[in-house]
Design a protein around this ligand. Structure first.
Ligand SMILES: NC(=O)C1=CN([C@@H]2O[C@H](COP(=O)(O)OP(=O)(O)OC[C@H]3O[C@@H](n4cnc5c(N)ncnc54)[C@H](OP(=O)(O)O)[C@@H]3O)[C@@H](O)[C@H]2O)C=CC1
Ligand SMILES: O=C(O)[C@@H]1CCC=N1
Length: 277
């Protein structure tokens, strides 16, 4: 493996998640000529090559032939068929494999792909595209320290990362980070719709809501105090914010969020069970 910049082949590379990571990697200065994105849809691949400056291919086998790192980023439901096709071409080889898929345990990859392979489960999120991603990482003892460092370096180029000690930790990362951009988008969407229903021009509502979300997140990251205190700092006694926050509390927002996160985590475990049916 080229220690400096390993050749990374993203299978499913023009999809949402891998596309975001590739976009963030290239923007971080990772050489585009060390990245290949594969897929099946030629038009989509051509558009991706054009916009990201990386090589693309509809031939997974040719693409992985000299790969140092293979990133798996297809939907979980098509993973098994994909990997059983790759397996004969990986005999005697040990590229580092990194998988983004939710709900597929490491032992399934070893069964489908080859027991010898070093495999890292990574759970990124789409803000990787703007290098503000979060990635949970899990590996077993087949993965060397050097390979762990390589995985960490790749995802580290698109945001922060966190190793979890147990595989179940990846499902917790899904609930709190992998799926979570969608929670915030949903909240923003609801605010934009409500403001627009109340007569604010939609474009203005969008601008104000997005900037407020960005400002709140930046402030929380930069601040020494916790988010509960930052919330209180906005709430004047008897004022407007207090009234809005009371409405959230009466509506059970905290419990609703906790239930949604539990559902998310449980779905990951359920997906793992579905593999064996
Ligand atoms: N989206 C997200 O926010 C996150 C997703 N993930 C995980 O990432 C993985 C990908 O999800 P996501 O990006 O959303 O899905 P997408 O459907 O956007 O991307 C999957 C890509 O896989 C390609 N593909 C399908 N079959 C093959 C094949 N046989 N060979 C090569 N490419 C193939 C598709 O390309 P084509 O159309 O050309 O077939 C498609 O572009 C999933 O396993 C998901 O669990 C993890 C964290 C967050
Ligand atoms: O919804 C999903 O299953 C994937 C995994 C995390 C985000 N998207």
């Amino acid at each position: 493996m080229s220690a400096e910049n390993p050749k990374i082949v993203f299978i499913g590379g023009a999809g949402n998640m891998a596309g975001a990571v590739i976009g963030g990697l290239v923007a971080s200065g990772y050489p585009a000529d060390k990245i290949v994105a594969t897929g099946r849809d030629e038009a989509k691949l051509n558009a991706f090559a054009e916009s990201h400056g990386v090589a693309t291919s509809n031939d997974n086998l040719a693409a992985i032939a000299d790969a140092d790192v293979i990133v798996l980023s297809v939907k979980p439901q098509v993973m098994r068929e994909l990997l059983e096709g790759l397996r004969p071409h990986l005999v005697g080889r040990q590229p580092l494999v990194i998988t983004f898929a939710a709900g597929i345990p490491l032992d399934a990859y070893h069964r489908w792909m080859g027991e010898q392979l070093p495999i890292v489960r990574a759970m990124p999120n789409t803000p990787a595209l703007v290098q503000t991603g979060v990635t949970g990482l899990y590996a077993d003892s087949k993965v060397s320290e050097e390979q762990r460092a390589t995985a960490e370096r790749i995802v580290g180029a698109v945001g922060i990362s966190l190793w979890v000690d147990e595989e179940r930790g990846i499902d917790q990362v899904i609930a709190v980070a992998g799926s979570a951009p969608a929670y915030f988008f949903q909240f923003m969407e609801s605010m934009i719709n409500a403001a627009s229903d109340r007569g604010l021009a939609r474009a203005d509502a969008e601008r104000l809501v997005l900037q407020t979300a960005l400002g709140a997140a930046k402030l929380a990251v930069a601040s020494d105090v916790d988010v509960a205190q930052l919330k209180r700092n906005v709430m004047s006694p008897g004022g407007t914010t207090e009234r809005a926050v009371q409405r959230f509390e009466q509506g059970g927002l905290a419990q609703l969020v906790a239930d949604a996160m539990r559902d998310c985590e449980e779905r990951a475990a359920e997906m793992a069970k579905e593999l064996d049916r």
